[in-house]
Design a protein around this ligand. Structure first.
Ligand code: SAH
Length: 194
């Protein structure tokens, strides 16, 4: 494992995520939205997360900026980084497949929205956010630069903590007791714990 390979793994994670998402995003666009939380707050949260998980680390990979924050590379971090990156992509694949046309980049309720509670959603109610946490951990382990590596954890934390309670309120209002029962038997991003 070398610094270059480590950076290539990170770029492969970004490309892999994009390829998985692209096809599902195209399909879910056809489903009509009947309620949405889209607005300035959602846009700000999405941009902050995008900057932390994508823009900042990709600028670093391409230019080594910000140089002052560089630290020496260690394969002992990069190997588990590869493991987390593969786990993140596996989770993205499973969550997109399970959510199908119910997926949105923001918080939306679609016409004929189905509550998914099986497969990867059986014991965790936000497994796609679990996948983003895995991405952020992979990023922290793969990139030997304090800013580029931790930007993912910071950026995604803003989106996650700014959104997850509002998302659950929206789901409760839409699905009522079914979602309440689902909440009682699941964890947010980890089975029955967090
Ligand atoms: N928080 C989920 C989904 C993220 S995508 C996860 O991390 O896996 C956000 C969209 O998914 C929202 O518009 C919401 O309507 C939808 N959604 C969230 N949980 C869902 C579920 N269990 N079944 C169906 N749709 C869900």
């Amino acid at each position: 494992m070398t610094p270059t390979i480590s950076k290539i793994i990170f770029v492969a994670l970004v490309i892999g995520w994009y390829l998985i998402r692209y096809e599902y995003a195209r399909r879910s666009r056809r489903e009509r939205i009947v309620w949405s939380a889209r607005g300035p707050v959602e846009t700000a949260l999405l941009l902050i997360s995008l900057a932390g998980l994508g823009l900042v680390p990709l600028v670093y990979v391409a230019t080594a900026i910000p140089r002052f924050a560089t630290y020496s590379f260690h394969p002992l971090f990069a190997w588990p980084g590869l493991f987390f990156a593969i786990a993140a992509l596996g989770m993205f694949h499973l969550t997109h497949r399970a959510l199908g046309r119910n997926w949105s980049i923001s918080l939306d309720v679609r016409e004929n929205h189905k509550l998914v509670t099986e497969g990867i959603y059986r014991r965790v109610r936000h497994p796609m956010y679990s996948a983003f946490w895995l991405w952020a951990i992979a990023q922290a382990l793969l990139l030997p630069n304090w800013i580029a590596s931790f930007a993912g954890l910071a950026g995604f934390a803003v989106l996650y903590f700014g959104r997850v309670a509002r998302e659950e309120r929206m789901m409760l209002e839409t699905f009522g007791d079914s979602y309440r029962a689902y909440m009682a038997r699941t964890g947010r991003v980890f089975p029955s714990v967090l």
